[in-house]
Design a protein around this ligand. Structure first.
Ligand SMILES: [Zn+2]
Length: 452
């Protein structure tokens, strides 16, 4: 199926017909810069995402990328958004990159978002999920992972540098579309809540004639494909199609609260292309309608709250599991016991990243760590306004699934079962939903206070 060719003339016509409605003169308003780099490993190595994988990748459907946008408001406040075709953002990677960016450009932690598309067809990283594999040769596999991670960090920083150098005056507009392929995957499949919104930020030349960048999101697992070939899954295809529709642009995807959402049906390359095309068309529809001009103000906030675990098993249980037959429990126990050596006890909580960017006094772009279930997006949009609230998961630290109170109570994979794969000692303690939502409100209120 090839959808994109027939659309190009329409896009061109609309590009020609849209206006010269810029209110800005050079030197005022937003500045924006973009860059992207291929982050496909040069050698075949283990892929992340599915525990059943027993050998390295052996081919490529689509390169995986890091895409970077740098926005600068009228007052000189900068925001760096790093969109990664990866399974997660390892905490260590986020710390290394945000520290380096701060040192080089003076940009604070709050002004850097790292989001992963959660594609299950990208390399294994130096993160919690890489302990789920029975590597044929663990030493060789981990050596490759460490080397790739080091190269990746360097490549991301080089890409940020190019995006910073690309900064020029820009027009920024926002809108929201709809795309319907995400299905709630918790049993009974298809009956639970979902979030089909497609938030879009369009960044164009000041005269509005040339689209330079598109930032867009969707709440659904990047799990159409489960092959041994690199790809960004449906999100990789949607960005590819958008960049073809708008030549010279960079299309940055962010993963929403899709922890309990799957693209169904799935498992063929044709379906990955189809969903990628559906999403690209949703974005394109928004771009071709009248969008709202975003005033050139950016305020950013970041905090880490302490998320507590439920009642912990005794250390003796991990000591037994570290010698046990169950592979996943054994790996988890080994990792927990390493922490016990340092802490003197089983870890009782984890720091959890919560971040808000306010764009143009209008949009609150909330980014949360881990695999966040859709209930958070639905609740935050209800409490903060559907049109002006964007919610990303999979940002800044891929520490675990983040169930809502409902999903925690129901249990199952997202509520409890997946914690072992994330090397966490047990499920989260009840109360985390209010704690996270309260942290978001505090950040939003702090921005509102500043603007008074
Ligand atoms: Zn997942």
């Amino acid at each position: 199926m090839n959808f994109k060719i027939s659309r190009i003339p329409l896009v061109l016509i609309i590009l020609i017909s849209v206006g010269t409605n810029t209110a800005y003169v050079m030197g005022e308003g937003w500045k924006a810069g973009f860059a992207k780099s291929v982050i496909t490993p040069e050698e075949f190595m283990f892929m992340s995402g599915y525990g059943s994988r027993d050998k390295p990748a052996n081919g490529k459907i689509l390169d995986v990328y890091v895409r970077v946008s740098v926005l600068e408001d009228e007052a000189g406040t900068e925001g760096v958004f790093i969109a990664l075709d990866l399974i997660s953002v390892p905490k260590k990677m986020a710390v290394a990159l945000t520290t380096a960016i701060n040192k080089k450009y003076g940009i604070p932690r709050a002004s850097v978002i790292l989001n992963s598309s959660h594609t299950h067809s990208a390399p294994a990283l130096d993160d919690r999920l890489s302990y789920i594999y029975k590597y044929p040769d663990p030493d060789a596999a981990w050596k490759q992972i460490y080397e790739y991670q080091a190269w990746l960090n360097k490549t991301v920083l080089e890409t940020v540098d190019r995006a910073v150098k690309d900064k020029k005056s820009a027009l920024v507009e926002s809108g929201q579309g709809t795309c319907r392929f995400a299905v709630n995957r918790r049993p009974p499949i298809g009956e639970g809540p979902y979030d089909h919104d497609v938030p879009v930020l369009k960044i164009s030349s000041t005269d509005g004639q040339k689209v330079r960048g598109l930032i867009y999101g969707y709440a659904c697992h990047c799990t159409v494909l489960s092959l041994f070939q690199w790809s960004g899954d449906y999100a990789g295809f949607s960005s590819k199609y958008l960049e073809e529709m708008y030549p010279g642009s960079v299309a940055l995807f962010f993963a929403g609260c899709g922890a309990d959402q799957n693209p169904l049906p799935r498992r063929t390359v044709e379906l990955a292309k189809k969903y990628g095309h559906m999403l690209a068309v949703s974005v394109d529809d928004v771009v071709n309608q009248k969008m709202k001009k975003v005033e050139p103000t950016l305020a950013t906030r970041f905090t880490e709250i302490d998320l507590a675990f439920d009642k912990l098993p005794p250390v003796e249980q991990f000591e037994a599991e570290a010698k046990g037959k169950n592979f996943h429990k054994r790996m988890r126990a080994i990792n927990i016991l390493k922490e016990v050596k340092v802490l003197g006890h089983v870890p009782t909580s984890r720091p959890y990243p919560v971040q808000v960017w306010n764009l143009g006094n209008d949009i609150n772009w909330i980014t949360l760590g881990g695999e966040v279930v859709v209930d958070y997006a639905i609740r935050l949009k209800k409490e903060l306004g559907k049109e002006k609230t964007w919610v990303a998961g999979y940002s800044n630290d891929g520490l675990a699934y983040i169930p809502s109170e409902r999903v925690l109570k129901e249990g199952g994979y997202e509520g409890a079962g997946a914690m072992v794969y994330y090397q966490q000692p047990t499920k989260w303690k009840a109360g985390l939903e209010d704690q996270i939502v309260d942290a978001v409100h505090k950040l939003v209120n702090s921005i509102t206070e500043q603007k008074k």
